[in-house]
Structures are given as structure tokens and as C-alpha cells.
Design a protein around this ligand. Sequence first.
Ligand code: T4K
Length: 371
Amino acid sequence: MEKPIYVTQPALPPLEEFIPYLQKIWDSKVLTNNGQFHRQLEEELCKYLGVKYISLFCNGTIALITALQVLNISGEVITTPFSFVATANSLMWNGIKPVFADIEDGTFNIDPDKIEALITPKTTAVLPVHVYGNPCNINAIKKIADRHGLKVIYDAAHAFGVKIGNDSIFNYGDLSILSFHATKTYTTFEGGAIVCHDEQTKKKIDNLKNCGFAGETSVISAGINGKMNEIQAAFGLLYLKYVDEYIEKRKNIANVYREKLCGIKGLKVRDNLPGIVQNYSHFPVLIDQAKYGISRDALYEKFKKDNIYCRRYFYPLISQFKPYRELESAKPGKMPVAEKVAEQILCLPIYPELKAEIIENICAIAEATCQ
Ligand code: T4K
């Protein structure tokens, strides 16, 4: 491959279509602090996603940190080790102890059957992640949370546009957190959001993300600056016009991968979950060295030699990183499924402009490397 192929690349709407938005910002001189585009994007996202209230943020990490504050979460929170490190970092930034639970083999999401044994008198919430946009077992998680009086905050960073039947995945749990980072299905360069279900909570979130200000001379909480600026919001409005087309292209790529890769021994493509509207944010496969002949890492290196940069999301597990590895729940052997998946996972390139011949080439390499 002449040019490097990365695991993802943002699709960008035509530049000339963005200029009029910039012109309006230049004319108004309103660059941030709940400007016109910010308000408009919140409205349009609510409609597009089918949710009641959304608050925009400068990125997903600050949205996560703020969400925990909104619900006064403290003590211990049960979460997954198989995620981007921001999930657990957001707990640490709030002085909360993460408690890791193992994941399910099929979805790579937190295993509800592993949650209850980890609940202590200090547990206040569960922080599951819809990994790669695949919904968690929301019914089972809700039952456990209700039984023990716990809050549920979904890290839905990967799940833009995902639906269970006709219903947005963001309508489940107490709060859901989104990321609009450049690597995501829907992007505002950097960006994020919290979805909530009532006006009072929305007010609390908006207050916290604006340094706690509730008017010119009144501060009612020790908030943070989590605001999205007008350029990001304007880009988000333009992106909304294209996002369906981009998701459709991702879907076509996923279908080609699925068809071409499913016969390779030792390379497992995950099943599509029934009744779920997907966003095809990632294309993960599992490499079983015993059957495939070489390890996941050897295949990863082979791709690299061909200028193809797959990623091992999420290896190492969060629980294996320095700030977390001494925790009791993080000890080796405690989460056998997560440990196995982290050793076998490989995310192949998927993005709207990925060319057919490159997809062919990636599949051919995967097939030829199998021994
Ligand atoms: N929760 C979960 C479950 C998450 O996955 C994330 C973020 C968060 C919370 C936190 O949300 P944010 O605070 O980030 O909004 C990336 C992203 O930086 C991160 O947003 C994302 N998850 C994570 C899964 O992936 P890296 O370190 O893999 O990014 P990077 O820079 O290596 O990018 C991957 C590839 O994408 C590059 O090789 C090339 C391509 N790329 C990247 C950028 C930034 C582009 O083509 N253009 C670009 O501008 O973390």
C-alpha cells in the first residue's frame, strides 16, 4: 500500500458548504457560550436521535466526568475493563474507586452476571460501555441497578445513532455520554454530549458545564468549563446532513468484510445482534492463534508492513494500566473473558471513504496470513 491506511479517517463534508457557517460566526462575533449554532445543534440532535434532552460538551471525557457529578456519584462504581481509558479515568477524577467486572464473550460489554458479586455498601452506580456501539444487556443491568438502588450511566461514546428497534439507545440508563471525537461516526472535531431525560437534570448539567454559573452574579456549583464552541457546533450541524450517507457507506464496508472474512479459520467475525440499528463504528475481529496459525500481534505487524494500521482496541485492558493494576478487581485471572478478548482483538480499518480495492487487499492479507 503506497499511502498509509489507518483504522479510521473522518469523512468531511465539502469545505465550501462550511464557509457560510463560518461567515455567520464572523458576522455575529459569538464564538462560544451557548450561541446560535450551539442551541440549534442541541435541538437538531434531539430530533435526529429521538431523545428529549441533550447537552453539548467540548469532548466525551469532560462529559463523563460531569455526568458523575450531576448524579453525585461517589464511593465505588462497577465498570468494564474493556474500554478506552477515559471511562475509568473519569471515575478517578471524581475520587471514585473503579471496580472492574468481566465482559460477555459475544458483545464484549460488561457481563451483568458478574456485577452483583462486586456490589458493596460503597457502590453507588454502574458505568457500562456500549463497546463498538453494540448495546449492553440493558434490561439485566436495569434490574440489578433497581434492586440495589444504583444509578446507571452509559458510556455511549461509540453509539451515535444506534437504536434498539425504533428506540434510541440513549433513552436507557439515567444518563448516556457521547463522544464526537474525530475518530467517531459523528464528529465535531472534538466534542461530546450528555443525554438526560428531564428538564431539571438538563439544567443541572448545563450549570455544571458552565463553571457553575446560574446567572451573571451567581455560582451554585463547583462546575467546570465543558462547553462546546460555535465552530464545533456549526460543523456538527453540517455533519448531520451527511451522517446517514456516511453510516450507509460503513455498512456496505462491514458487509464486504463479513462476506470475505467469515470463512477464514481462526478469524472470528462477530454476529450482528438482531433488532439493532447499528452505526458500524468499528470492525472488530478475534484472532485465535491455535486455529489461525499466528498470533493477533503477528497479524497486526504483518498489516503494518503493508502500511495498514489496524488497532488493538482495547488492549491492554484498562485494569492493566499503571493507575489501576493494583486494585483488587484488576488482579490477573479475575476477568478471564476480558483477558482473552484483549489478547485476540483486532479492529480493521473502516471509514466511509475506504476504497473497495483496499478492503479487498486487507481481506486477501488476512486470508494469506492464515496458516
Ligand atoms: N469512552 C469511550 C468508550 C471512548 O472510546 C472514548 C474515546 C471516550 C470515552 C472519550 O471520548 P473523547 O474525550 O475522546 O471525546 C482515539 C480517540 O482519541 C478517542 O476519542 C477514542 N475514544 C479512542 C477509542 O480512539 P487513539 O489514541 O486511538 O487516537 P489516534 O489519534 O491514534 O487515532 C486513530 C487513527 O485515526 C489514527 O491512526 C489516524 C486517524 N485519525 C485520527 C485523528 C485524531 C485521523 O485520520 N484524523 C484525526 O484527526 O484514541
